[in-house]
Design a protein around this ligand. Structure first.
Ligand SMILES: *Cc1c(COP(=O)(O)O)cnc(C)c1O
Length: 405
C-alpha cells in the first residue's frame, strides 16, 4: 500500500492481545506451549506460521520479527538465528553435503572462511576462493560438484563492490548447462547463491532484484542499531529453499530469545533514518580523509577511486557506515597502531552500525589469497552517530601519533 520502507516497517501488522493494540508488539517468551488435546499435539503445524508448538520453533514475537525482516529485504520468508555467523552456518549446513564444493569471494567476511576451513573441510566439503571483481574467475572455478556460491557486497575490510548481476549470471549459465546434462541422464542439483547482505541491510539495494537466491544478514548491525544484541537472518523468495533452511534450523536447535527479538523489533522503525544519517556522515569523513597527507587512499564504494564504484553506482542507492583508510607506506605498522590507540571517540572493537564509532587495523595480505596492491597499513572505520566535526577532530589529533618521535 505504501512504498516507503520506514512507513511499511512502522505500520507492519501484528496480532495484539485483545484490546491492547499499541506501538510495540508484545514480547512473548516460552519453552513449553500447551496443546488443548492429543489431536492438537500431534497435528499442530509451525512451519507455515499457522500454529505454535515449542519455543524453539517460534513465538508470536519471533514470527513478527521474521515477517518484518522479510519485508525489510523485499523477500518472502525469513529464518532467525542467534548471530550473523550462525546465519552463514545455517545456509552452509542446509545445502552442503559431503563431496560438494563451495565458492567464497576472496574478500569475504573472515569467519565465513574460517567455518569453511574448519568444520566444512572436516565434513568433506571443499572450498575455493574466487576474485569477486572478475566474474570469469568465478566461472573458472565451477565444477560439477559446486553447490553453493557466497557473495558479499562490498567485500569485508577492503570494500570492493562486485558486479552482483554478472556473478549471478555466471551461476545461472552453469545451472543451465547442468540442466541440459541432467536431461541427458546425469541427475544434477543446481548451484545456489547466498549473499551476505549485512552491509546493504535491505536498505542500500534489494538483493533479490539483483538475482540472488538467499540473503543473510547480521541483525546485530543495522537492524538492531544498539550494539546490544546478536542475531542473524536468512531471507528467501523461494518457499522450497525456506523450508529446507527451516528443517535444518529445527534439527540444529537454533532458537532466538524473546528479549533479543524485542531489541531488534525496537531498532527497525528507525533503521532507514539511521542508515541514511550514518551514510552521510561516513561519506563526509571518507572524502575528507582522502585529502589528508598521511593517507594513500580511502576505500568506500561511493568514492570514484574505490574498486567497483561503477557497480555500486548502478545497483545501490546508499552506503553503509564503513570506510577503510590505507596509510602512506612511510608509516610503520607501529605508527598506525599508535594512531588507533590515540583515537578517543573511535573505540577499538569489532562490529558496527551502533551509536559509537569504531576502528580496527587490519593486515590485508594475511587475510587474502589474492595480491594486495598497497604496502601501507589499513585501518577500517565504522562511523557511529556522533557529530562529524567531532569525529574529524578526533582523527586529526590522532594523526599526531604518526609524527616521528
Ligand atoms: C558482523 C558480520 C557478520 C556476523 O555477525 P555476528 O552477529 O557478529 O555473528 C557476518 N557478516 C558480516 C559482513 C558482518 O559484518
Amino acid at each position: 500500500m505504501f512504498d516507503d520502507l520506514s512507513t511499511r516497517l512502522i505500520h507492519h501488522p501484528y496480532v495484539p492481545p485483545q484490546g491492547f493494540e499499541a506501538v510495540p508488539p508484545g514480547v512473548f517468551k516460552a519453552s513449553t506451549v500447551f496443546f488443548g488435546n492429543v489431536d492438537e499435539l500431534r497435528h499442530r503445524e509451525w512451519r507455515h506460521k499457522t500454529g505454535y508448538t515449542y519455543g524453539l520453533h517460534g513465538t508470536p514475537t519471533t514470527f513478527t520479527l521474521e515477517e518484518r525482516i522479510a519485508t525489510l529485504e523485499g523477500g518472502g520468508y525469513c529464518v532467525l538465528v542467534p548471530s550473523g555467523l550462525a546465519a552463514v552456518g545455517l545456509v552452509d549446513m542446509a545445502f552442503l553435503r559431503q563431496g560438494d564444493e563451495l565458492l567464497i569471494p576472496d574478500n569475504a567476511y573472515g569467519p565465513n572462511k574460517s567455518l569453511a576451513e574448519g568444520e566444512l573441510k572436516g565434513w568433506g566439503i571443499a572450498t575455493r576462493y574466487y576474485d569477486p571483481m572478475h566474474p570469469a574467475s568465478l566461472a573458472a572455478l565451477i565444477t560439477p560438484a559446486t553447490r553453493l556460491v557466497w557473495l558479499e557486497a562490498p567485500g569485508s575490510i577492503t570494500l570492493e563492490f562486485p558486479d552482483i548481476p554478472a556473478l549471478v549470471e555466471v551461476v545461472r549459465a552453469a545451472n543451465g548447462q547442468r540442466q541440459q546434462s541432467a536431461l541427458a541422464g546425469e541427475g544434477a542439483r543446481p548451484i545456489l547463491t547466498a549473499l551476505d547482505n549485512t552491509w546493504g541491510a535491505g536498505i542500500a539495494f534489494n538483493a533479490f532484484d539483483l538475482g540472488v537466491d538467499m540473503s543473510m544478514q547480521a541483525l546485530t548491525k543495522y537492524p538492531s542499531g544498539g550494539a546490544d544484541v546478536l542475531m542473524g537472518s536468512v531471507v528467501t523468495r523461494d518457499e522450497t529453499l525456506h523450508q529446507t533452511l527451516l528443517m535444518t534450523h529445527m534439527r540444529v536447535g537454533h532458537g532466538v530469545a524473546g528479549n533479543d527479538a524485542e531489541l531488534v523489533l525496537r531498532g527497525l522503525p528507525s533503521i532507514a533514518l539511521r542508515y541514511s544519517a550514518q551514510d552521510q556522515a561516513t561519506r563526509q569523513l571518507a572524502q575528507w580523509m582522502l585529502t589528508c597527507p598521511q593517507v594513500a587512499t580511502v576505500l568506500h564504494p561511493a568514492l570514484p577511486s574505490s574498486p567497483g564504484h561503477e557497480h555500486w553506482k548502478r545497483d545501490a542507492t546508499s552506503a553503509a557506515c564503513l570506510f577503510s583508510a590505507v596509510f602512506k607506506p612511510q608509516y610503520t605498522q607501529a605508527q598506525v597502531d599508535a594512531f588507533c590507540d590515540r583515537l578517543r571517540l573511535f573505540k577499538l572493537g569489532w562490529s558496527w552500525a551502533g551509536p559509537i564509532s569504531l576502528c580496527a587495523p587490519y593486515d590485508v595480505p594475511s587475510i587474502r589469497k589474492q595480491p594486495w596492491s598497497h604496502s601501507g597499513g589499513l585501518v577500517r572505520f565504522a562511523v557511529g552517530l556522533e557529530a562529524v566535526a567531532d569525529l574529524q577532530a578526533d582523527i586529526t589529533q590522532a594523526f599526531g601519533a604518526l609524527a616521528p618521535h
